[in-house]
Design a protein around this ligand. Structure first.
Ligand SMILES: *Cc1c(COP(=O)(O)O)cnc(C)c1O
Length: 356
């Protein structure tokens, strides 16, 4: 057995009154989990302690060179009052994949899961149960050596914070509008687009801001070399529903391998759909839309689960998808997946883990 120390907060925060109006990402619970790494002790000293600010040396390497990775998952309360997580082992395995790309030491997946389960049991009262709400889980690793110079840090901090959340988009479950970005790119093969490295998001902020100023919700990223093939939408994977197939970009080395993506591919196959992973160009989208063959577009990711796309703009050419309404297949997949996540729909794959 591991020894996870617990230090309980004696000064509990007031909880948000109306869970259905919860914002996304700005309220944090009473406790957090931390664990340290150094060369001698490796990962050690996992503690659940009151949520508080860190004290960091201004020379901490993460602040200068961005050696940092994170994960995102959601926990729910099911109708039996039990805590559930969706495929949490996948998140910690992906965190190790990100860690190897960023030269960060591997974590013990089982220990991370044990720590998270313990933290969630302590914070159970923070998990909202109103429809569309959940407790967002954010594991992170940062480089903490106080050192100026580009190399791998020799000390790290792993932490998990928790955040009760409502719907990701202020517009709620309504189709979003996307701007096809042709000036900036998110990632190229050989870069870090296929891992959850903090710097990827820093590099995407300007394009996201510009799109917002033009009235769009998110950016659709094209591949970094030819600027021709669709890759992702904001920080979601993307799916195109045609008459005879559902296409999602193949994992090319610059696309993040989403756990929601993988799950949706499986569920769509189970619904009898022909799901194809391949490169798909923006020209093909516009051509097939002109022929009336493009039925629905949606993004997938933990934060939004399945997010319908109602409008798309490329070089000033604006198209509307499914009359800017949520499509039938998008909605069916959303209902199926959120049903599995919250424990109300049969889960034949054992994806939804009952924590206690
Ligand atoms: C996290 C993320 C996704 C979605 O991954 P999920 O595992 O489904 O949450 C997609 N694209 C990017 C760039 C991401 O960071």
């Amino acid at each position: 057995m591991s020894s996870i120390r617990v230090i309980k907060s004696t000064n509990l925060k007031a909880k948000f009154e109306d869970a259905s109006k919860l914002p996304f990402g700005s309220i944090f619970t009473d406790h957090m989990l931390t664990m340290k790494y150094n060369l001698q002790d490796k990962w050690h000293d996992m503690i659940i302690e009151p949520y508080k600010s860190f004290e960091l040396d201004p020379a901490s390497m993460v602040l200068h060179y961005g050696q940092a990775i994170f994960e995102g998952m959601k926990s729910y309360i099911d109708s039996d009052g039990k805590i559930r997580l969706f495929r949490p082992d996948e998140n910690f395995k992906r965190m190790n994949f990100s860690a190897s790309r960023m030269k960060i030491p591997q974590i013990d997946v089982n220990l991370a899961l044990e720590g998270l389960y313990k933290l969630l049991k302590i914070e159970k009262d923070w998990i909202p149960d109103a429809p569309g709400t959940s407790l967002y889980v954010r594991p992170t690793i940062i480089a903490t050596d106080p050192f100026l110079g580009v190399r791998a840090s020799e000390t790290y901090l792993f932490f998990i914070i928790l955040c009760p959340v409502g719907p990701y988009y202020a517009e709620g479950y309504n189709p979003i509008s996307i701007y096809v970005e042709d000036k900036y790119v998110r990632a190229i093969r050989g870069g870090t687009g296929d891992v959850k490295a903090a710097g990827n998001y820093a590099a995407s902020i300007l394009a996201g801001y510009n799109a917002k100023m033009k009235g769009f919700t998110q950016v659709l990223w094209l591949d970094g070399i030819e600027r021709k093939y669709c890759e992702e939408v904001g920080s979601m994977n993307i799916f195109f529903v045609f008459d005879n197939e559902i296409v999602t970009p193949a994992l090319s080395g610059s696309i993040l391998s989403g756990i929601t993506r993988k799950s949706i591919i499986q569920l769509a196959c189970d619904m009898g759909k022909n799901v194809v992973e391949r490169p798909i160009s923006i020209d093909e989208i516009y051509d097939r839309n002109a022929k009336g063959d493009l039925k629905e577009i949606f993004g997938t990711g933990t934060a939004t689960v399945v997010s319908p796309v109602g409008e798309m703009s490329w070089h000033g050419d604006v198209i509307e998808i499914n009359d800017k309404k949520t499509g039938e297949i998008t909605l069916a997949l959303y209902n199926k997946l959120t049903g599995i996540q919250t424990g109300s729909v049969k889960d034949k794959y054992g994806w939804s883990v009952v924590v206690g």
